[in-house]
Ligand binder design. Structure first.
Ligand SMILES: [Zn+2]
Length: 273
């Protein structure tokens, strides 16, 4: 089984949430997690202190980790706002460049999923921002409707990885759909809005999911880990990601990227220009 690692970039700074309720909700969720003893008091305090740094993302640290592990991951950046995602494309630009210069793939973290014009606008905005001709997308919150895949294919995306499911990659017009199988929030916040399991439970659940994917003959396993959790303010999440990469390697699975996987399937060379 080939493993494809990806990262949705939902936040860059805390101040971008000055006009919404994200930070109060984050504080309440963290207090609940602390009360349930899923995070320690020191972790809770670290989260509070971190707000003063105003740096919400952990992009540099995560790129460094993936590079050391030899993983060509894909970072999805937004070029529109919605559903708690509020950073501006100009703020994402330096990180898009840094990811590309570091040899990583980049794509769109999509907001519009039903409006054809808006879907096209996001595609073209990212093309102009990144200078790339071919790139893919994952919708923020995995939002979709019956028409989403057709709209994404029509806008010119080369791949999408929004749909959850134990399915192998399939074509939608000229676009490839890479179903998503493993996502951090669904494992560590199990049917809840806050962390409700410990690391051991998370790793056991993940082992079962990987085993099931192998049994079902999945050729490409798509993993999504949010960069915002790659820090000591989110111990379980960070440890789970490190464990996941080690576990997949120990099981003998190889890593690839969406772009390389498409080229492998089609028998061509990956296009990143
Ligand atoms: Zn998102």
């Amino acid at each position: 089984m080939k493993v494809i690692v990806s990262h949705d970039v939902d936040h860059l700074s805390y101040s971008e949430h000055a006009a919404d309720l994200f930070i109060p909700k984050f504080a309440v969720r963290s207090a609940i997690e602390c009360g349930l003893r899923h995070i320690s008091v020191s972790e809770f305090v670290r989260r509070g202190m971190r707000i003063w740094s105003n740096r919400f993302h952990n992009l540099g640290e995560l790129m460094e980790f993936d590079r050391a592990e030899g993983i060509t991951s894909t970072f999805f950046f937004a070029v529109a706002n919605g559903k708690g995602l509020t950073y501006r494309p100009a703020e994402a630009r330096p990180w898009i460049r840094r990811a590309m210069e570091g040899g990583f793939d980049v794509g769109v973290h999509g907001i519009a999923f039903e409006d054809e014009q808006e879907v096209r606008r996001e595609h073209d905005a990212f093309r102009d921002l990144s200078g790339l001709g071919q790139f893919g997308i994952r919708m923020h919150y995995l939002r979709r409707s019956d028409t989403t895949l057709g709209l994404l294919a029509g806008a010119g995306y080369s791949f999408d990885s929004t749909y959850y499911g134990l399915q192998n990659p399939y074509r939608v017009g000229r676009m490839w759909e890479f179903p998503l199988q493993i996502m951090d929030v669904d494992i560590i916040r199990k049917n809840a809005s806050w962390q409700n399991i410990c690391l051991d439970e998370a790793t056991e659940d993940t082992k079962k999911m990987i085993g099931e994917a192998c049994d079902r003959g999945i050729t490409h396993l798509s993993v999504n880990f949010h960069d915002r959790f790659f820090c000591r303010e989110f111990e379980t999440w960070m440890e789970w990601y490190g464990w996941l990469i080690r576990y997949l390697k120990d099981c003998g699975h190889e890593f690839t990227s969406y772009q390389d996987a498409m080229a492998e399937i089609e028998g061509g060379t990956p296009c990143r220009v």
